[in-house]
Design a protein around this ligand. Sequence first.
Ligand code: MN
Length: 404
Amino acid sequence: MTQPTTWVDGAAGSLYDADNLPYGVFSHGDEPPRVGVRIGEHVLDLAPVAASEMLEVAHLFEAPELNPFLATGRGTWESVRSWVTGLVTDEAERAIVEPSLIPVAEVEMLLPVAVADYVDFYCSLEHATNVGKMFRPDAEPLLPNWRHLPVGYHGRAGTVVVSGTDVHRPRGQRKAPDETTPSYGPSGRLDIEAELGFVVGVPSSLGEAVDVGGFADHVFGVVALNDWSARDIQSWEYVPLGPFLGKSFATSVSAWVTPLQALQAARTDLPGQDPEPLEYLRVGPGAGLDIDFEIELNGQTVARPPYSSMYWAPAQMLAHLTVNGASLRTGDLFASGTVSGGRRDQRGSFLELSWGGAEPFSVRGEERSFLQDADTVTIRATAPGANGGRLGLGEVTGTILPPR
Ligand code: MN
């Protein structure tokens, strides 16, 4: 479906054309934070426009988080998207809308969602295989459950931060395999994980499983996500209960939440599942997503992981997450796990790019493996849009500061 052309200067043909329209929360000067939609290099301030048109939903956009809007459900998500599309494409709306367009450079973007529960999965076959080889060199890289269920763990919702937030190098307990006793101190193997995050809008009841068909009724949209990881802390602590303090110090997300409705042209088939999963995890064609990631370290691109290579589909993650009756809350966030493709330049973590530090990669003429203080990492994601161009899924950036 081709979208009509936008009248907003510079937006047509950009990563934020009228076929994208992601939502975020911004603050502008001394005004209270509220909900905006990105179009080109502007934020459309929805609250005053909705109020002037006396829309019932106007109050949803005065909130300092997307949660009230997310909770309304698919019908409202769709009608608001149609309304916003009309605002930015219909010349007749221009006089009303133009005063509410604020340049992106003039606003501060805030965490878009008050995150309820946070889950991180492990859905890339290549990533799981690479990590298995490094963490358990003498065993099968994939554990027996991996091809039967999307493996995940519950993370720390309270430390999810918006893109641009600095990250202090964490301290913790670690023990290298060749050391006899553990020690305490700053992580020496600080890493990133390029991931896609899924934002839940509509809650479910305790005891109710959300099946694979319920994905688009519950999940509003996606964010680009960086699961900062302290590998030395992680590899010592993770047995047998999984990741803990090596992950929980910070998780960064893009300021913009791209609605699923914008990602129709990005739907693609999964690469293939063998063996066929249990009935509750079975999905049809178009369950995957064709999204391209780019990882930049200090301004240089170091990898381009393809989301289309992911083994488990987002609908399978949600079905598995709720199959025991665990309920969803508005603002729940679940992430895909590191996106890694089959080639070296498609690996979504520095652990894999440098093979545990054994094969450093070159950045601006320097040999690099794990993160150094003052390093800046930026992860960008783009997807095919309805107009035949690309959609920007925002970027997620962060700079490493010394430990506190
Ligand atoms: Mn992760």
